[in-house]
Design a binder for this molecule. Structure first.
Ligand code: AP5
Length: 220
């Protein structure tokens, strides 16, 4: 049995930041649907070109292509010990598909960490976020600046601002989250998988809370 759990939260809640830290701590892969789409965009695949139009507007890519992409990723060998899902599922249809995928793998989700952050703080985080080209490490112009401006401390690659971190796209992403993703909170609460985490604490504290909650889950 592997360790499978997911991080749920509004855009900018810190899902990617936490997933990368937890992946290092637990030695299991971080699977981010947003990062998978960005890889497709960089490689200019058909899926990357399709995703581009949704991304730029801050809207969700259709369920069928998203589910196919995640299914393919979960089928790879490195997932045998478990995985941390970030940004997937984002709709009830995706959550149902994930349940089916998990049972095909003979696995089940052990926890859903719901990272809660106030909208005003999210907007400040996203408008100042910088991301590295090579591995997606995240920084913030004000709260977590790189040592050398414009350069990733960890791999030396260039830092850039995501095209969906503009004020207009951020507003759409928060609205889309409310309409399409927020219902997952009730969905996973009903399944008794939801664990709420205060995402306004320092990064290290949020990681500690998630790690401390994990061993209490059945199957870990
Ligand atoms: P995606 O890449 O998943 O974006 P998102 O969910 O909007 O989340 P973000 O990556 O913006 O935020 P995050 O929570 O990871 O925050 P981060 O750790 O970076 O998706 C992008 C697009 O892809 C979607 O709009 C959609 O088009 C498409 N897509 C993806 N998945 C899909 C799906 N399943 N179905 C359909 N379409 C899909 O942190 C943000 C900033 O805050 C950083 O600067 C960080 O340094 C800082 N920070 C983090 N934690 C803290 C803290 N505790 N204190 C202070 N600062 C912090």
């Amino acid at each position: 049995m592997g360790i499978f759990f997911l991080l749920l939260g509004k855009p900018g809640a810190g899902k990617g930041t936490q997933a990368r830290r937890l992946s290092r701590a637990l030695g299991i892969p971080h699977i981010s649907s947003g990062d998978l789409f960005r890889e497709h965009q960089q490689e200019e695949t058909d899926l990357g070109k399709l995703a581009q139009s949704y991304f730029a507007r801050g809207e969700l890519v259709p369920d069928d292509v998203t589910i196919r992409m995640v299914r393919e990723r979960l089928g790879r060998k490195d997932v045998s010990g478990g995985a941390i899902l970030d940004g997937f599922p984002r709709t009830i249809a995706q959550a149902e598909a994930l349940e089916a995928l998990m049972s095909e793998l003979g696995e089940h989700l052990q926890a859903v960490f719901y990272i809660v952050v106030d909208d005003e703080i999210l907007i400040g985080r996203l408008s100042g976020r910088l991301v590295c080209r090579q591995q997606g490490h995240t920084y913030h112009r004000e709260f977590h600046p790189p040592q050398k401006p414009g350069i990733c401390d960890l791999d030396g690659s260039e830092l850039y601002q995501r095209e969906d971190d503009t004020p207009q796209a951020v507003a759409t992403r928060i609205r889309v989250y409310g309409n399409q993703t927020a219902p997952l909170v009730r969905y996973y609460k009903d399944k008794q998988l939801l664990i709420e985490v205060d995402g306004e604490q320092p990064v290290e504290r949020v990681t500690e809370e998630i790690l401390a909650a994990l061993p209490q889950r059945e199957g870990l």
